[in-house]
Each structure stands twice: as C-alpha cells, then as structure tokens.
Design a binder for this molecule. Structure first.
Ligand code: FEO
Length: 382
C-alpha cells in the first residue's frame, strides 16, 4: 500500500527565496507499507512537525526501514536529521551524489556508516515485498543528484521535481498555469535532461505519476507528458504574442497596450500583456515560453534599460529562452538607450530573431508613432 504523507505550506512568502506562491505549495512525501517500509522523500523543515505526525499515523505502530531520497534540495530533504533522530536504524537510499551532499546540509550526523546508507544507480532495484522499486537516474532534473523511481506492482513513477506544480493541495486550480510557471522557473534551463527522463519513461508502463509538489497525477497522463515534452523542447504552446513592458510614467505602457489592441484587431491568435514593474518576473518568464513570439517594450534608464526589463531578459537567458521572434519598443525622452541595451541582452539568447522595425517613442505615444507601431504589429504577425 502506498500512502500520501505530504504536507502543505500556505504561509511561505517566496519559494526558493524567489517565487511568489499565492496559493502555497505542497511538499509531497509517500509511505510504502509492505514487508519492508520505505518513506519516499522527506519535506522542508518548515513543515517537519506535521510531516512526522502524518508519518506516525500512517505507520500504525510499525518502524520504517528505508528513506528514499530522490532529490537533496532542502524543500524535500530538509527534515532528514529529525527523521534520523527518531528512527536511528533507518537506511537512506539515494544516489552516490546525494550521499556525498548529505553532510553539507547536516552537521554532526555520521553518514559514512555503510550500514546506514545504500547507494543506488541506474536500474538498481529494491524489493520491499510485493512492492519493488527500480531507480532511474535523472541528473539535472533539477539538480545533478536527482533520481526518480518506478514501483512496478502499482506502476507508479515517483518523479521528484518533474511534473511538480506551485499551489498547496488544499487549493484547487487547473494544473497547467502553475505547473508551467514552476517548470520554466525551476527546471527551464534543463530541457535536455528532462527530454532524457521522458525517453526513459517511454520504456515504462506508468499508470500514475507522484511528484514532489502538487497533485498526484493518476489519469490522462498523456496530457501532462505531452506538455512536458513541448516545454522541454522549448517549443511554444500556441502562436500567441506576449508583450512585456517596463514603463516609468505610462508612456511605454500606453504604447504596449496600443500594440496589443492593433494585434487583436489584425486577428492575432492570443495576446498577453504584462507589466514587468508590477507583476513578478516568474509569470512573465512562463508567458514568454508559452507563446511563439514576444515584444519587449521599455523605457531608457541611465544609458541602459529600465531595470525590471533587464531583470526579465536576464531571467530568460538563465532559463534557456530560445527560438522565438522578438519585437522591440523603446522609449526615451532625451537619449533613447533601451533598444540597444535590450538588443545586447537578446543577442545572448539562442536563435532569437529581432523583428524590424524597432519602434522608438519619445516620452509619449503620438499620432505620428502609429505608423511604426502598426508596421511592427504587421511584422509580428507575418
Ligand atoms: Fe522541489 Fe528542486 O526541489
């Protein structure tokens, strides 16, 4: 029997110190009860107490034999020391790299005792009785030590961060939006490793995916897998155009919104507009990857570009944004510099084509600017 013993975290302001999670997040953990008992991952130390209580209830008086660590990051392995002190004879099952990393996180615990740890590699198995785990290496999904495991009797894939999602399980919402924001901001850089994992999954008969965050996926798996395939190949989900702007006094914002209006009038499939000064950059990153083309519009600032735009384009570079068409609008009251700065940042991205004309606004959009904005809209749709 596999029991869910995960916990919700609904009062964390920023996940990984970066990402707003208005609906919280779950730290998923599972218990496999058989002749032997395995705990599948721990949780963040923030919710250790609740997790240990859930574990205690699920164990029904028995004692766990193994803790399987799929991923050493603190949102999962953060409670290992507390578990160890409660069950000193438990054996940690993890990759060699995870076992190497353990002492970095927990001072004063001797992990060198071979009786306490079991290093596993590609294809290794662990029999718990009826349940049998097969370990599959998934380096860089999202750290180098990551593995996933497949339980053959239930056909469950314990997928670590893959297929994870922002949002506590106590909050009901559609999967894709917060799974997309999670994927591109957490794993976006690692498309090739994700593709490698998907190829390994093809060889398995998977009937359920149990990730480390978000809902357990038990049906319609093709939907989730096909999105992961698309995302990890850096392909757009639709032909929409994402307009991201960073505006000081509203002149750039008005121009961006005018472009959006024109694009819609011209029949654009979908237009999404984002104010980078007010919306967290993680949402803009997800929308940039989601759509096939983008327009960046920003004010000039200190001979460069307004910092929220710089930050956004830097994030896109970190996450491997590529193979898109990008239009540029700059605003400058006395020495426009934003277009040059944005072009420089875009030049660091792979296969990004800058679409002409680059539009320059002087302080406020005027009637005389409409022709250039219309030309940009036409070029974006071409
Ligand atoms: Fe959910 Fe990479 O940790």
């Amino acid at each position: 029997m596999i029991k869910f013993i995960g916990v919700n975290d609904t009062d964390l302001d920023l996940f990984e110190g970066l990402y707003p999670i208005p609906n919280g997040i779950s730290y998923n953990s599972y218990l496999i009860l058989d002749d032997k008992i395995a705990i599948m991952d721990a949780v963040d130390i923030r919710r250790c107490k609740e997790w240990l209580a859930a574990l205690d209830t699920a164990l029904e008086g028995r004692v766990p034999d193994y803790l399987v660590i799929h991923h050493m990051e603190s949102d999962h392995a953060g409670s290992v020391a507390e578990l160890f002190s409660r069950y000193p004879d438990i054996k940690i099952v993890a990759t060699a790299r995870s076992l190497q990393m353990l002492p970095q996180f927990f001072e004063g615990i001797d992990f060198s005792n071979k009786e306490k740890t079991m290093s596993v590699g590609e294809g290794d198995t662990l029999s718990l009785g009826k349940h049998k785990l097969k370990f599959i290496m998934a380096p860089m999904v999202h750290w180098p030590e990551v593995m996933v495991s497949y339980e053959s009797s239930s056909k469950v894939l314990f997928s670590a961060d893959a297929f994870g999602k922002f949002g506590a399980l106590s909050h009901s919402e559609e999967w894709a939006a917060e799974a997309r924001r999670y994927y591109f901001n957490i794993c976006g850089k690692y498309g090739v490793p994700v593709q490698n994992l998907l190829k390994k999954m093809l060889k398995l008969e998977v009937s359920a995916i149990y990730p480390l965050h978000g809902p357990l996926l038990t049906e319609n798996l093709e939907y989730y897998i096909s999105l992961y395939d698309l995302w990890s190949r850096y392909e757009a989900e639709n032909e929409g155009i994402f307009i991201a702007y960073a505006s000081i006094y509203g002149g750039t914002a008005a121009t961006a919104n005018k472009l959006a209006e024109l694009l819609k009038e011209m029949g654009a499939h979908k237009v999404i507009v984002s104010d980078l000064c007010r919306e967290d950059v993680s949402y803009a990153v997800a929308n940039a990857f989601r759509t096939g083309a983008m327009v960046v519009a920003a004010s000039s600032y200190d001979g460069d570009v307004l910092p929220p735009m710089h930050n956004f384009l830097h994030h896109l570079q970190l996450k491997g944004y590529r193979s898109r068409r990008v239009g540029i609008i700059e605003n400058g009251s006395w020495a426009p510099s934003a277009a040059r700065a944005m072009k420089e940042l875009l030049s660091e991205l792979k296969d990004v084509e800058v679409i002409e004309p680059v539009v320059t606004i002087r302080s406020r959009m005027k009637q005389s600017d409409l022709q250039a904005i219309t030309s940009l809209a036409e070029a974006m749709l071409r």
